[in-house]
Design a protein around this ligand. Structure first.
Ligand code: NZQ
Ligand code: ZN
Length: 385
């Protein structure tokens, strides 16, 4: 295990009725930018609850609405203007990862002397930000408990991650009941995302991070056990609660501490979203099994056996490649059973931009568990077709 520094300052209010703690927002200021997506928070009644609490807490708010899934830099810029015009103190995100990510870069952009896209290209330029508070409505990205944000400029076909400790939310409200209304498709995409975050941390060349590996396995087992339940019974509290907390833990740093984790499937997926605006979790579900098959080798087979035995309950005896391949087949069958598309062709993607996309992400994929050149990425895209 390598040395590490761990700091997650985000306070979490988890469970039924946790929204009552939103009144703590007044500690951070009275003028609030309320950020949300389209109509989901209004349909479920959460919007009314939020504004009532803001009123009772004697705060004022203005709104940044219609934040898109795969949030655009244009929405961020709009939010920055609102913050400056209205002298905003705190940015409150109510929604899924897209809303939270947008809110984070708005919070940094509001105190940055320049265009917010600079902060996406150069995370080191984020040296200050307004406080961010979140009310999470979708279990997937973990944005509620980390300093990351992913923003797209579809005009230039760029979808890039940025991040800073400055962007870690001050506090997050996590009530599993707020996820009861998430559609089956988005629930499945969220599960694929949580599993992918866990895989990106689990498959590492660093030996001896036993604790982190066992945490990863527990998170994967939680997805495998509770995922189908949440899809069949959208208002199953226990299933929604476990998925929600797994989502936070998969990417709040606890799984990657002391490991050398440079993600590879995520940069490849971000290219798919940048070119085709597809749902992040869907792209991950499609790429994960071909990526696993591609990186399976004499060097990696033991790790795949560990995964097969500890997560899928496979018998370790026998040819390790057989065990590894069964584990990968099970992963693919599971994702498929959630109703997710499993081929690029199913989501309207052909090979037209494979080379371009693979070149775009090469700098990031070369650092991974198994370093991938752009030719490797093309081969994986081809296998996913
Ligand atoms: O627009 P609204 O009305 O909010 O509807 C949303 C949206 O259509 C809907 N939704 C959210 N909560 C709901 C709900 N519908 C019904 N009931 C609810 N309770 O779901 C749709 C998708 O929402 P979105 O926020 O886009 O989903 P998700 O949370 O999966 O976020 C995806 C974005 O996060 C980025 C992804 O790349 C993508 O841009 N990521 C962010 C990360 C981070 N900050 O750490 C890491 C991830 O790897 C990921 O890259
Ligand atoms: Zn992700």
């Amino acid at each position: 295990m390598k040395n590490f520094h761990y700091n997650v300052p985000t306070e979490i209010f988890f469970g039924k009725g946790a929204i009552k703690n939103l009144n703590n927002i007044a500690k951070y200021g009275k003028r609030i930018l309320l950020v949300y997506g389209r109509d989901s928070i209004k349909k479920m009644g959460l919007y009314d609850e939020v504004v009532k609490i803001l009123d009772q807490a004697d705060t004022t708010y203005i709104e940044l609405t219609n934040v898109e899934p795969n949030p655009r830099i244009e929405s961020v810029r709009e939010g920055v203007v609102l913050c400056r015009e209205h002298d905003i103190d705190v940015v409150l995100a109510v929604g899924g990862g897209s809303v939270i990510d947008c809110a984070k870069v708005v919070a940094a952009g509001a105190v940055y002397d320049g265009d917010a896209w600079d902060l996406v290209l150069h995370p080191d330029k984020i040296v200050d930000a307004l406080p961010v508070v979140t009310v999470l409505t979708l279990a997937a990205t973990g944005s509620e408990m980390n300093g990351n944000a992913v923003i797209s400029d579809l005009k230039t076909r760029e979808k890039l991650g940025t991040g800073s400790d400055m962007l870690k939310p001050k506090f997050s409200i996590m009530d599993p009941e707020h996820t009861f209304t998430v559609s089956k498709g988005m629930t499945a995409a969220g599960i694929a995302d949580i599993m992918s975050h866990t895989f990106e941390n689990y498959f590492t060349p660093v030996k001896g991070a036993y604790v982190q590996a066992r945490i990863c396995e527990s998170l994967l087992k939680a997805c495998i056990y509770y995922g189908p339940l949440a899809i069949e019974e959208p208002d199953n509290y226990e299933a929604r609660a476990n998925l929600m907390w797994a989502g936070s833990l998969a990417i709040n740093g606890i799984c990657s501490l002391g490991q050398q984790t440079a993600w590879t499937v995520h940069p490849m997926e971000h290219e798919l979203s940048a070119y085709y605006d597809i749902t992040h979790g869907v792209g991950l579900a499609i790429l994960t099994p071909p990526w696993m098959r591609y990186v399976l080798s004499d060097e990696t087979v033991d790790k795949f056996v560990e995964y097969g035995v500890n997560v899928w309950g496979l018998d370790a005896d026998g040819d390790p490649f057989d065990v590894a391949n069964v584990a990968i087949d099970k992963t693919e069958a599971f994702l498929k059973s959630l109703g997710l598309p499993m081929k690029l062709s199913e989501v309207g993607i052909d090979r037209q931009y494979f080379e371009e996309m693979a070149k775009n992400c090469e700098e990031r994929t070369q650092e991974g568990y198994v370093p991938l050149t752009y030719r490797d990425s093309i081969a994986i895209f081809e296998a996913a077709l």
